[in-house]
Design a protein around this ligand. Structure first.
Ligand SMILES: [Mg+2]
Length: 221
């Protein structure tokens, strides 16, 4: 499936790719609404009805991914609430084996996420993954999310890589489309970003469930 001879750099998304999206879904769909409900004397469903349209308004923008934005808008300490739920942070299947495989091949490994630095810090603290990356990049440092072409231009200017010899894995299809338009040659989606949700049918990109599928010798294709 992947010809590793033609790849120098692997760019990896964090939430829903390396980490189970269940944490984030539970956080935004239940944990935050529950605290919002408590604060305003609402039922959980009422809080969800108020919050979900507000989420959708900024979906895909940098604000959506910004803990400071939501702390201010909702008057809740989002970082503190994330810490309360940190026991739910889990790796997706076979992430560590995959990172060791890439390292053994001498491939440069970059974590490239829309998550805010504070959220990255929490997730690294609970997964011990950070020593396995050559670079950890938040799109917040470029002022544009991965959904926008500007991110890719600025990211490559600052930290050069050859898109023709790069593999990018992300569970967000809008992000994969932007990366494709920018010229990233090898793109993979994730078929089950949230372990509590069914596998989805991904259109337009090849998708994997476990990283073992792309490690030769592990029954990889
Ligand atoms: Mg993701």
């Amino acid at each position: 499936m992947i010809n590793w001879e033609s790849i120098d750099t692997v760019l990896l998304d964090m939430d829903g790719t390396l980490l189970d999206l269940h944490f984030d879904n539970h956080f935004w769909l239940t944990h935050v609404p529950q605290h919002f409900a408590d604060q305003h004397g609402l039922e959980l469903e009422q809080a969800q009805q108020q919050l979900f349209p507000r989420y959708r308004q900024v979906e895909g923008s940098l604000d959506w991914y910004c803990v400071d934005y939501w702390s201010e808008r909702l008057n809740l300490d989002i970082v503190q609430l994330k810490h309360e739920l940190a026991h739910k942070i889990q790796l997706r299947p076979n992430v560590v084996e995959f990172l060791h495989y890439l390292r053994a091949r001498g491939i440069e490994i970059r974590l490239v996420t829309n998550a805010h630095e504070k959220a990255i810090g929490l997730k690294m603290q609970h997964t011990w993954l950070s020593p396995l990356f050559d670079m950890i990049i938040s799109s917040h440092q470029f002022g544009a999310p991965k959904e926008e072409p500007a991110f890719w231009r600025l990211f490559q200017q600052r930290y050069p890589f050859d898109p023709r010899r790069t593999l990018f894995i992300d569970d967000n299809l809008a992000v994969l489309h932007t990366a494709r338009e920018y010229g990233v040659a090898y793109l993979l989606a994730i078929s089950q970003p949230d372990s509590r949700q069914p596998e989805r049918q991904v259109r337009g990109f090849p998708a994997i469930h476990s990283f073992l599928e792309i490690i030769p010798g592990y029954g990889g294709r």
